[in-house]
Write a protein that binds this ligand. Sequence first.
Ligand code: NAP
Ligand code: ZN
Ligand code: ZN
Length: 346
Amino acid sequence: MTTVAAYAAPSAKAPLERTTIERRAVREFDVLIDIEFAGICHSDIHQAREGWGEAIFPMVPGHEIAGVVSEVGPGVTRFAVGDRVGVGCLVDSCRECDNCKAGLEQYCTGGSVGTYNAIGKDGEPTYGGYAQKIVVDENYVVRIPDGLALDVAAPLLCAGITTYSPLKHWNAGPGKKVAILGMGGLGHMGVKIANALGAEVTVLSQSLRKKDDGLKLGAAHYYATSDENTFKELAGTFDLILSTVSAPLNLDAYLSLLKTDGAFVNVGAPEEPVALNLFSVIGGRKTLAGSGIGGIQETQEMLDFCAEHGLGAEIELIAAQEINDAYERVLASDVRYRFVIDTSTI
Ligand code: NAP
Ligand code: ZN
Ligand code: ZN
């Protein structure tokens, strides 16, 4: 076991604070990673405050992890000391179900293990990336290509793959009109990736405050959803809408923006249920779907794609002491566009 400095929420009602945790000794197929950067995902806040239900405390959030391998177990074949690597939302899965065999570990039916707020197969709680080191089985570790700096690569491990996977699955590409709903951590990566895939990208944001940024990141159009005219003007426009919104939203209004056979794909994970008038999908044979992160192999594919297209996240690098303030700014939709913790400050 190694004692490691970390930032943890002691309970759902308390701010995060510095603490120490124990990391397991490196086993046969494990790699020890010296974490350099950890992104702050809105899911960290939902979980640290028990917005999604009962959670495990103390909680060390963080599933956007970038660092360097500092030790490998004797059975490790894919990584060596010094490799630049990343870890996302999963650190284990059953490896036997149809989904695991198909590279869809995120939909494992035999029990996947989250990077934090979960219990590992060894019965111990998992702790995430707001820490100086982590030990992970090599099968759940990906390689960060040389072309990507580690700080801007960290958010790709969740925000990147969560947008890349559905954009690929629903064929975002040339000739397709794609709307990205919400321009925060996930949304801004959605804009970059959909644009790199060749789609015509529109941002639907609450206001026009971030319009200049959206156009710079690759959007061709930018609309405010607070303006009723937006819904009149854009009725029947999109092949695909990818919603990254963290709060409940008016699904019927957004479904009206799809073309016939268009798809509204939700990745946002609000804490409350949302209502739906089913006539919104009957007319126009529309699809309402969801998507969760991405598999391990697809995460590698996404990192390679981002390196090839020069796509990192737009980040605000912070010290660990600023985590609680950063959480408040994320909740106020005041992030441009991902907070990343310099873990050397823990
Ligand atoms: P984020 O940085 O806070 O971005 C969310 C964006 O949603 C905000 O920037 C804002 O965009 C918009 N928004 C927030 N509150 C809103 C409201 N009341 N009405 C309308 N729009 C609102 O969060 P994130 O890290 O990108 O995560 C977004 C959501 O995805 C979270 O719920 C998170 O838990 C979830 N998530 C899901 C997966 C998955 O696998 N499915 C993976 C990661 C995260 P504008 O300012 O542009 O309006
Ligand atoms: Zn996340
Ligand atoms: Zn499985």
